[in-house]
Design a protein around this ligand. Structure first.
Ligand code: GLN
Length: 369
C-alpha cells in the first residue's frame, strides 16, 4: 500500500515536474496576447502612434525640434559637378516620417522636389533582386563597402584584384550602373518603364523625371561613361554599357519631395509593403538584403560613421536627400541640398539622427530583459 502510494506520488511529482518545465514554453505564447493587449490599450488613447512608447505628439515634437535646430545651419554646399544641381535652392529643407501603419508626419518644406540621385540606386538594386534574387547582386557586383567615394574608379581596380569574388556594391556608381544594366526588358523603353513604375510603387504615386537635371547630367557625365565602359571591359556589364549609363542617369533625375522619399523608406521599413497604398512592392524576404547593403554602403565612405550615430540603414543622394529605415517602425527622409565632403546632405544627416534617436529608432539600442 505504502509502495503504491509512493508510486502514485512519484507519478504526481513527475507530472508536476513536466508542467514546471513546460511552463516557460506555455508562458511564451501567453505573453504575446498580454503585450498585444497592452499595445491595444495604448492604441486606444487618441494620440498614440505606431511607435511603442511614443505618442503622435512625441513624433511631431521630434520633427519640429530637428527642423528648428538645423534650419539656420550654414554648412556644406550644393553639388556643382552637375550644373543643374548648383542652381537648386539651398534653403529647401523638409523632413517627413512615415510609420509602418501609414501615418505621415512632416516638418518644413515637403512640397519642393529635388532629383533623387543616388537614392535611386537602392530601388534599382531592389528591382534586380526582385527579378533575379539576391545572389544575382551578391555574386556579380558584390555586397561589400568600397570605403571610397561614390564615383571612384580606383575602387573598380581594387574590386578586380580582390580574390574570392567582387568587392563592390550596387550603391556606388560602378555597381549601380552595372545593376541598371541587369534590369530586365526587351527595349530601353521597357527597362525604363519598369524602373520608373517600381520607384512609383514605393512612393505611392506616379513619379516623373526632371528633364533639366537629366539633360544637364547627360551633357557632363563623361566620368560615369568611363565607369560604364570600364565595368563593361571587366565583364560586370554584359552589353550596351552606354545604354546602362544613360538609363542610370535618367533614374538619378527622378523628381521627389521629402514625403515621396519617406514613403519609399517606409515601404522598406514595412517589409516591402507600402504602408499607405497597401501594395506589396518588394518581396518581404528580400528586404533584409536591401537594408544590409544600405547599412554598409548607403552613405559611401561615411557609412560607418552614419551607422555608428544612428544604427539605421540609409541612403543619400547628391540632390540633397537622405532616407533611413527603422525596420518595423518607420521610414524617414530629409531634403536639404548643401552637402559635406563625402557628398551627404549636412542637415539631413543631423536631422535624421536627432529624430530617430529621440524616437527609439536605432534597432541595436535594446534594453535588457
Ligand atoms: N547622378 C549622380 C552621379 O552619378 C549620383 C551621385 C550621388 O548621388 N552620389 O554622379
Amino acid at each position: 500500500m505504502i509502495r503504491r502510494t509512493l508510486v502514485v506520488l512519484g507519478a504526481l511529482a513527475l507530472t508536476l515536474a513536466t508542467f514546471a518545465t513546460a511552463a516557460p514554453q506555455a508562458a511564451a505564447p501567453a505573453t504575446k496576447p498580454k503585450a498585444a493587449a497592452k499595445g491595444a490599450a495604448v492604441a486606444a488613447k487618441p494620440a498614440a502612434s505606431a511607435l511603442p512608447g511614443y505618442t503622435e505628439a512625441d513624433i511631431n515634437a521630434a520633427l519640429q525640434a530637428a527642423y528648428a535646430k538645423y534650419k539656420d545651419l550654414q554648412e556644406g554646399k550644393n553639388a556643382d559637378y552637375i550644373p543643374a544641381l548648383a542652381k537648386v535652392d539651398s534653403k529647401i529643407y523638409g523632413i517627413a516620417l512615415v510609420t509602418t501603419d501609414g501615418k505621415v508626419y512632416t516638418a518644413g518644406d515637403i512640397q519642393s522636389e529635388v532629383s533623387i540621385q543616388s537614392i535611386s540606386k537602392v530601388f534599382t538594386m531592389a528591382k534586380v533582386i526582385e527579378e533575379q534574387g539576391p545572389d544575382a547582386i551578391a555574386n556579380t557586383i558584390g555586397v561589400d563597402a568600397t570605403g571610397m567615394r561614390f564615383n571612384s574608379i580606383v575602387s573598380i581596380e581594387f574590386s578586380q584584384k580582390a580574390l574570392g569574388g567582387p568587392e563592390m556594391n550596387a550603391l556606388v556608381n560602378p555597381g549601380a550602373i552595372a545593376a541598371t544594366s541587369m534590369v530586365k526588358g526587351a527595349t530601353r523603353d521597357a527597362i525604363w518603364n519598369g524602373i520608373l513604375g517600381f520607384y512609383s510603387d514605393f512612393a505611392g504615386r506616379p513619379l516623373s523625371v526632371n528633364q533639366e537635371v537629366f539633360k544637364s547630367e547627360s551633357d557632363t557625365n563623361q566620368r560615369n561613361q568611363a565607369i560604364g565602359y570600364l565595368m563593361y571591359a571587366y565583364g560586370y556589364i554584359k552589353a550596351e554599357p552606354m545604354r546602362a549609363t544613360d538609363i542610370y542617369t535618367e533614374q538619378c533625375s527622378v523628381s521627389v519631395n521629402a514625403k515621396d522619399l519617406a514613403l519609399m523608406a517606409g515601404t522598406l521599413a514595412n517589409a516591402g509593403k507600402n504602408p499607405v497604398t497597401g501594395k506589396q512592392v518588394l518581396e518581404q524576404e528580400y528586404v533584409p538584403k536591401v537594408l544590409a547593403v544600405m547599412a554598409t554602403a548607403g552613405l559611401y565612405d561615411d557609412s560607418g560613421k552614419w551607422l555608428f550615430r544612428t544604427g539605421l540603414p540609409g541612403k543619400s543622394g547628391v540632390g540633397g536627400g537622405i532616407i533611413a529605415v527603422s525596420p518595423g517602425k518607420f521610414g524617414i527622409a530629409v531634403i536639404s541640398p548643401p552637402l559635406d565632403e563625402a557628398g551627404n546632405s549636412v542637415r539631413a544627416q543631423k536631422a535624421i539622427a536627432d529624430v530617430s534617436n529621440a524616437l527609439g529608432g536605432n534597432p541595436y539600442d535594446v534594453k535588457p530583459r
